[in-house]
Design a protein around this ligand. Structure first.
Ligand code: GAP
Length: 516
């Protein structure tokens, strides 16, 4: 099945099984805004807990913060967001559709990449085992010609973006004959900058209403509280401040489900270090964060770093952790060495010192910062797109059936176990209810006695419940139940008294944290 179709099915599955709903659906929805349903919110909370524990619980020198969404408007002037947090947008005069000029060019580049992938795929089929991809890339004339086009376009594009040269961005679109995906025409307006921050007003007009912004990142709340936390927590460098919270961006191109939203959540950690040690810490956090992603078991080959060659003016190193989504490798997390830029800007704009007194050196200085920044929703999408599986099952009569399941890591699964009496009589429901009553203090459990046992298993597979406990007539005789494993569908007979230990071991966050 084409990856595009798999993705459409995943989106439909999320809605059907209470993971993600379009926002305001009864009013026809609100573009790029989503609500998390009964299972979605549990998965999201588990992701957040895993991130939080890996930062705050596992590191003595990292503490948490929960700063407000509204902040003094000068913060966004100091951070550069008022002047420079822009996307270049362009309209097609025929379709009246609005696009991000950089995204149109990136998509054009992706088509060239796709062309190369197809050539490689065909050659691999032709040469089989003996195929050497690197050699093929270096020698095949068609691949070389396409690669040259990519390199030339990339260079021109990067130059235009770095110089914020809007006329050149339009010229690139025209020279490359990029058409509007809706009208198919090249009737473009000029490119202009569009600020991504949402603004509103605080207080009533008579109070002297002031313009405030909905924060576009949580990081600035950490920077402006740097000294509050350092002093009250008696923190010594190096130390970190972690925060999880909502962020808002008026994205022009909001597509691919929850990948790019207008209201989303971030998990950010700013790690304050001595100037001169920042690149060492940057490498450290790169490694730690990659391990965190890979600990979930979705395959190392599905992750890669994308080191930034062109750096923002405030950074001296930056990388993205990318995951192979159904629509290609895309950024999930950014790790940035932000120098002392943010603290210095706040020092200048607020007139307050943002310095750390180093007791060992006997001097004060503005620390450097390594930032790790990951979107909760994008992480959620990473997990569900890796977990969504359609499995062909052969039946005894030779026909086949499709089983849809979410292979979620047990630690993150919204429901850990479902408890099911085989039949609704003979005292079996009472035993099942007692098991749920005892285990619900420890795990998110469901009691389910509707429909055949096969249908109940399928329902739990679709939710991603890793363990189903079935109570049958043998349970009455020997206090044993069957535990059925979602991924293998294997069943094992165990004593009721062992359930807590068996399941605790598999679903505790500490088992993941120990891998880090
Ligand atoms: N403080 C740094 C910062 O905000 P960013 O690369 O703009 O950096 C960090 O965002 C992460 O936030 C991204 O890697 C992504 O996971 C997530 N993110 C950014 N914009 C998003 C959006 N519109 N919708 C969902 N997630 C988003």
């Amino acid at each position: 099945m084409a990856q595009e179709d798999v993705f459409k099915k995943l989106v439909a599955h999320c809605k059907e099984y209470g993971y993600v709903f379009p926002s305001s659906e009864i009013y026809d929805g609100l573009s790029a805004v989503y609500d998390y349903g009964q299972y979605g919110v549990e998965l999201k909370n588990n992701i957040k807990k895993y991130w939080w524990d890996s930062m705050v619980l596992m590191n003595e020198n990292i503490v948490g913060l929960d700063s407000a969404i509204f902040m003094h408007p000068t913060i966004w002037k100091a951070s550069g967001h008022v002047d420079a947090f822009n996307d270049p947008l362009i309209d097609n005069k025929d379709s009246k559709k609005r696009y991000r000029a950089d995204v149109l060019i990136e998509e054009h580049l992706a088509k060239f990449e796709e062309k190369i992938s197809k050539e490689i795929g065909k050659a691999r089929e032709r040469f089989g085992e003996a195929f050497d991809e690197n050699k093929f890339r270096e020698t095949n004339p068609r691949v070389l010609a396409t690669q040259q086009k990519i390199d030339e376009l990339n260079e021109r594009f990067n130059r235009a973006m770095n110089a914020s040269d809007l006329a050149e961005l339009k010229q690139i679109i025209i020279d490359n004959e990029i058409v509007c995906p809706v009208s198919g025409t090249r009737n473009w307006t000029d490119v202009r900058q569009f600020n991504l921050m949402f603004a509103t007003e605080i207080g009533s007009a008579s109070d002297g209403a002031g313009k405030v912004y909905l924060r576009p990142e949580t990081a600035q709340g950490i920077f402006v509280n740097f000294l509050n936390v350092q002093k009250t927590g008696r923190m010594k460098l190096p130390f970190g401040i972690a925060q999880i919270g909502k962020a808002f961006r008026n994205e022009i191109v909001a597509r691919q489900f929850i990948f790019r939203m207008r209201e989303f959540e971030q998990m950010e950690m700013q790690f304050f270090v001595q100037p001169g040690t920042e690149l060492e810490w940057f490498r450290h956090w790169k490694e730690i964060r990659m391990k965190w992603h890979q600990s979930l078991g979705f395959g190392e080959e599905n992750y890669r770093f994308h080191d930034h060659v062109k750096l923002a003016h405030y950074a001296n190193a930056a990388t993205d952790i990318e995951f192979r989504f159904p629509f290609g490798f895309k950024e999930v997390e950014g790790i940035h060495s932000r120098t002392d830029y943010d603290l210095k800007q706040h020092q200048e704009y607020s007139g307050k010192k943002m310095q750390y007194f180093d007791p060992e050196k006997g001097v004060s200085y503005v620390p450097y910062v390594i930032e790790t920044s990951i979107g909760v929703d994008r992480m959620f999408l990473q997990i569900i797109s890796a977990a969504y599986t359609e499995e062909e099952l052969k039946k005894d009569d030779g026909s086949s059936d499709t089983r849809v399941l979410m292979r979620l890591p047990s630690v993150l699964a919204p429901v850990k176990l479902a408890v099911m009496p085989l039949v609704k009589k003979d005292g079996l429901p009472e035993i099942a209810e007692k098991i749920v009553k005892d285990l619900r203090f420890l795990f998110n459990c469901q009691y389910d006695d509707k429909d055949s046992i096969g249908r109940r298993y399928r329902r739990q597979d679709a939710i991603g419940t890793p363990y189903c406990i079935t109570i049958d007539h043998q349970t009455i005789e020997d206090n044993t139940v069957t535990i059925r494993y979602r991924d293998s569908m294997e069943q094992e007979r165990v004593e009721i008294s062992r359930l807590t230990d068996i399941i605790s071991e598999k679903v505790s966050i500490s088992s993941l944290l120990k891998k880090l």
